[in-house]
Design a protein around this ligand. Structure first.
Ligand code: NI
Length: 188
């Protein structure tokens, strides 16, 4: 395992479509996941996509912290290979997101509230879930990286784009508000 440099906005790898993984059970894939996990943890992230460490393959990893999950249980690390997403309703909501490839910034992004997703695990077995809330948001954010999209390109209105540090200062000055979420989500 190794901590790897995270590609930042402007690096062409982040604007490319990732290629499917041919064999999820190949030990090379497990080694890639190990590097991604160590890199994500060291950067305090909750998700990471392979292109973010300059590997253009369809692989994402993510967790849902217990305090951000609807059942309070959280979601242990999920490795999702060759993922597909589809919305389960027309409902969308907006919340702050951040990205390890766009350090220091956060902005409000609309996402589907309820999605179904499927993909393969490292064992090659199908993972299929229907999720909502933060879980749905993280999956949409990470899978966007496989399409060469950063959250900024999903923002219909850039006026909420902010430095996380400035929002944190506001929160400190005015007490806890809904913007607390901005600070937590900024490490995605
Ligand atoms: Ni990201």
């Amino acid at each position: 395992m190794a901590i790897v440099d995270i590609a930042r906005m402007g690096n062409p790898i982040l604007a490319q479509h990732a290629a499917p993984v041919e064999d999820p059970t190949d030990p090379v894939v497990a080694a890639l996941v190990a590097d991604m996990l160590e890199t994500m943890i060291s950067a305090n992230g909750v998700g990471l996509a392979a292109p973010q460490i300059s590997r253009g393959v369809q692989l994402v990893i993510f967790t849902v912290p217990s305090e951000r999950s609807e059942d309070g249980q959280g979601l242990p690390l999920t490795v999702l290979i060759n993922p597909e997403i589809h919305p389960l309703s027309d409902a969308m909501d907006e919340a702050y997101e951040g990205c390890l490839s766009v350090p220091g910034l956060t902005g409000r992004v609309p996402r589907w509230c309820h999605i179904g997703y499927r993909g393969l695990g490292l064992d090659g077995k199908l993972i299929e879930r229907e999720v909502s809330g933060f879980h749905a948001r993280v999956v949409q954010h990470e899978c966007d990286h496989l399409l060469g999209r950063l959250y900024l390109s999903r923002m219909p209105d850039l006026s909420s784009l902010a430095f996380t540090e400035e929002l944190r200062r506001l929160i400190a000055a005015s007490g806890p508000t809904g913007d607390e979420a901005a600070v937590e989500a900024a490490a995605e």
